[in-house]
Design a protein around this ligand. Structure first.
Ligand code: SF4
Length: 475
């Protein structure tokens, strides 16, 4: 007998209708394929990543599961409504559903609150029997032992790096804007052998897609000893390149840097966030010290590891003088690639409560919570000044001349410690990653920052008293 079909949709970066999937990443987000891996074989499963493929509403699935983040919630509700009108059963889940379930639940037949591993198999059983409850709660921090490997065989072919996983969840730090600080949970680690098992579960993938890996932890270095032990095991798998993400102070530990290098780490995403010490202190990012950045970036670059660094605008202690000096400061510290964004007061974070209590929230449209909008009134700067600084830094950093200059500087810093073949492979991989990231960020700046800043600003002023704040969320 034919099994019923479950379609898992991962909504992502559907920023504007006419351009739904320009945000092309080399690797997929983890939730869709992870959920597929946990799904009992009583249903057939398909995973659709909206980042690379539009939603086909005439698909043959009986059940739809939608995973989404905060800024995608208005879009998620529309997608769910369309499927529900067609008679399909629709389940919602993800970070926003887990932190604000009362707001999300009315839009779905059922929602999953929290981490799926302990509750999803039961939910699928109930779904097939037609006995779904309105809400399933997984508890705050269920065990991370024995999570089945993600279904890499279901990753869209367009992704160059289908092998993505995570070793840890949570973070020991308390940055006031971070989603992890809406509901704090302990930093937890998976058994190292489970992570290795994921990375080996590559049957059916073409050989060249088995060579690169992304570890999508919030902070791989939350327990530095664990991270080093894990990287030692990963090094044995001899990947051509891995990418990972960790808190910047981990780079004080030279053994950690060596472990990254030995595992062939080629790209590290770092929450640099600001080169303004006062702003860092203000958002409780105490682990970052601006005067250490240059040394850390140099350490990584010398080992052939590119840095991809978050950079936030509109932090309360920022000033016009700081923004004027920012392009030069970025050049001095030697970031390879930056991910600029305007700070987001995510609902329920300490940053949100602060802005709310001071009556400074000015835009409640959740679809604007993507990092390109000014959402709360700044203490010293006007919206125009913030948008102008955002535009100007993007423009200077991502000019072709600066992109090439940084690439040459990265090549120049290399200390050659391996065979000629290994060195050439390292340089090839880092060059591809560097230009892919830089060109994507340049494209983002052109599409989302330069041409849209003005129209978005007007739109924001019109919507200043949005319905959302007339009916604020209860957190
Ligand atoms: S270091 Fe990163 S993951 Fe940890 S709390 Fe701060 S922003 Fe969140």
């Amino acid at each position: 007998m034919k099994k019923p079909k479950l379609l898992i949709i991962v909504l992502f970066q559907n920023l504007v209708d006419e351009e739904p999937y320009y945000a092309r990443n080399p690797a997929p987000p983890l939730p869709g394929i992870l959920l597929a891996g946990m799904t009992p074989p009583i249903v057939e499963v398909e995973v659709l990543h909206e980042m690379v493929r539009p939603i086909d509403y005439n698909n043959d699935a009986d059940f739809i599961a939608i995973s989404f983040m905060d800024y995608l919630s208005p879009h998620a509700y529309q997608v769910a409504e369309r499927f529900r009108i067609m008679g399909k059963t629709v389940i919602g889940g993800g970070k926003f559903a887990s932190t604000h379930p009362d707001n999300v639940q009315p839009h779905f037949d059922s929602i999953l609150v929290g981490e799926a591993q302990s509750i999803w198999p039961q939910m699928v059983q109930d779904m097939v029997k037609g006995k779904l409850k309105k809400r399933y709660e997984a508890g705050l921090s269920p065990s991370l032992d024995n999570i089945p490997p993600p279904r890499y065989d279901l990753v869209e072919k367009k992704y160059f790096t289908p092998i993505v996983t995570e070793a840890t969840r949570g973070c020991p730090h308390s940055c006031t804007y971070c989603q992890l600080n809406i509901v704090r949970t302990p930093h937890r680690k998976r058994p190292i052998q489970d992570v290795i098992c994921d990375l080996k579960n590559t049957k059916g993938l073409p050989w060249y897609k088995k060579k690169t890996v992304m570890l999508l932890d919030n902070n791989l270095g939350g327990d530095i000893k664990y991270a080093k032990d894990l990287l030692k095991e990963i090094a044995k798998l001899k990947f051509w390149g891995i990418g990972t993400q960790f808190s910047i102070e981990c780079l004080r530990d030279d053994e950690f840097v060596d472990a990254l290098s030995n595992a062939n780490c080629r790209m590290a995403f770092l929450g640099m966030e600001s080169l303004n010490e006062e702003s860092l202190r203000d958002v409780q990012k105490k682990q970052n010290k601006v005067e250490e950045y240059k040394e850390y970036f140099d350490k990584l670059n010398r080992k052939g590891i590119l840095t991809f660094s978050g950079l936030m605008f509109a932090l309360d202690k920022d000033t016009k003088a700081y923004y004027d000096s920012l392009p030069e400061k970025l050049d001095e510290v030697g970031c390879s690639v930056i991910l600029p964004s305007i700070s987001i007061p995510l609902y329920g974070t300490p940053l949100y409560f602060k802005a709310k209590s001071e009556g400074r929230l000015i835009d409640g449209d959740l679809s604007h919570f993507e990092g390109d909008h000014v959402l709360f009134k700044h203490k010293h700067l006007t919206e125009d000044e913030i948008y102008e600084a955002y535009r100007s830094v993007n423009k200077i950093f991502y000019s072709w001349i600066n992109i090439f200059k940084r690439w040459l500087r990265f090549l120049y810093k290399q200390s050659k410690q391996e065979s000629v073949q290994q060195f050439i492979l390292k340089m090839l991989i880092t060059t591809v990653i560097y230009f892919k990231l830089s060109i994507f960020q340049r494209h983002h700046a052109q599409k989302r920052v330069f041409s849209r800043v003005k129209s978005r600003r007007k739109e924001m002023i019109t919507n200043a008293k949005s319905k959302f704040y007339e009916n604020p969320i209860t957190v």
